[in-house]
Design a protein around this ligand. Structure first.
Ligand SMILES: Cc1cc2nc3c(=O)[nH]c(=O)nc-3n(C[C@H](O)[C@H](O)[C@H](O)COP(=O)(O)OP(=O)(O)OC[C@H]3O[C@@H](n4cnc5c(N)ncnc54)[C@H](O)[C@@H]3O)c2cc1C
Length: 333
């Protein structure tokens, strides 16, 4: 039997398309203790199931409310069972990586949050020029594994504090490179729990986005590098690391809040608009980097969202630029 938190507080209905479906079918279904117990029966021994799980501790911004249910499958079979169960019950789900690109609203998430944090999802194996890693593996661990094999092209991943799954969804990148440039193949699970393998050329990915993963869960990926000498790899990694230390704040954040518009870097625009250092409650536009909003202490999601809207409003009215968030905003007010 999997781990199930013994207490259930008041349950709530989920939002989004599933909630609309529920309304159409007359009556709300709830993610509550009995839902959790029924799901637990379908899980293997190592799975974790927790009711009312605070998401602030699972995101790097450290804000946001609770998930109705938080589940860590111990193996792919568990993950498929979760998706099938959610589908049967018409409950929304969200897959969570390291939470380094997520802003969870203060009302939390109505539905099931799935974390791929168990060892079955984070194995890393190297073969020749390739690194095969689970979606739950941290990017730093992937980069370190590649470096041990004298494989270059992975250095840019080292300072991005997320998981491989989140990086696939975001097509994460830095220093002029992005993940899809080194991606060969992915294994994915669809909403019905079927596992498929796809080549990177089957997937459309652009700047900080691979829309396919909005609807599919990445399970693992094969990345390909090039042989390089260890000194060059280390010196590139070290250069990137130093640059981050010099240009990015240390306080809790979700990295860059906005995507760069075509005409100007978002950070520069925000600085030119005079926002650096501006606060709402405990949220602050970093004085170090205009595109970072940090939790300077006791921030709420509402504080951060207010700053985001203020910046967007002024970018639109003063410069005619529509800023789009890079950070994914989820949950309820
Ligand atoms: C200090 C700091 C610096 C950063 N620097 C960079 C940078 O240089 N470049 C950059 O690109 N980003 C950067 N980021 C942002 C972030 O680290 C990346 O976007 C990262 O790829 C997110 O991974 P994650 O595991 O944290 O994803 P999460 O934040 O957990 O999730 C992000 C999105 O991915 C989805 N997702 C997660 N796992 C999966 C999966 N297995 N299958 C399908 N979808 C999934 C989630 O549902 C969500 O929509 C930075 C963040 C911080 C805090």
């Amino acid at each position: 039997m999997s781990t199930l938190a013994p207490h259930a507080e008041e349950s709530r209905g989920a939002s989004g398309p599933a909630a609309e479906l529920r309304a159409a079918h007359g009556g709300m279904r709830r993610v509550d203790a009995s839902f959790a117990s029924e799901l637990a029966v379908r899980m293997s021994g190592g799975a974790v199931i927790r009711l009312e799980e605070p998401l602030a501790r699972r995101t790097t911004l450290r804000v946001g409310g609770v998930a109705d249910l938080y589940v860590e499958p111990a193996q792919e079979r568990d993950l498929a069972a979760i998706l099938v169960f959610c589908r049967e019950r018409r409950v929304d789900w969200l897959v969570l990586g390291r939470g380094s690109n997520l802003l969870v609203r203060d009302g939390g998430y109505r539905g099931v949050v799935i974390g791929l944090a168990q060892p079955a999802f984070s194995a890393i194996a190297c073969e020749g020029l390739r690194v095969c890693a689970g979606a739950g593996a941290m990017l730093k661990a992937v980069a370190v594994a590649a470096r041990r094999q004298n494989l270059g092209e992975f250095e840019f991943l080292e300072g991005i504090p997320g998981s491989l799954g989140g990086a696939l969804r975001m097509n994460a990148g830095a220093n002029g490179k992005w993940l899809f440039e080194i991606l060969e193949r992915v294994r994915i699970m669809d909403r019905r729990g079927n596992v498929l393998e796809m080549g990177s050329s089957d997937l459309a990915a652009g700047y900080r986005d691979c829309p396919f993963f909005a609807d599919h869960i990445a399970l693992s990926a094969v990345l390909r590098g090039e042989l390089s000498d260890i000194e060059s790899i280390q010196s590139r990694s070290e250069g990137y690391r130093r640059r981050r230390l010099e240009t990015q704040p240390r306080q809790p954040s979700a990295g860059c809040v906005f995507k760069n518009p075509a005409s100007i870097a978002a950070g520069k625009l925000i600085e030119e608009l005079g926002f650096k250092g501006e606060c709402v409650g405990g949220a602050q536009v970093s004085p170090i980097h205009g595109n970072f909003i940090v939790n300077a202490g006791g921030a709420t999601a509402r504080d951060i969202l207010a700053l985001i809207e203020r910046i967007r409003g002024r970018a639109r009215s003063e410069r005619g630029i529509a800023l789009e968030t890079e950070v994914k905003i989820v949950g309820e007010d």
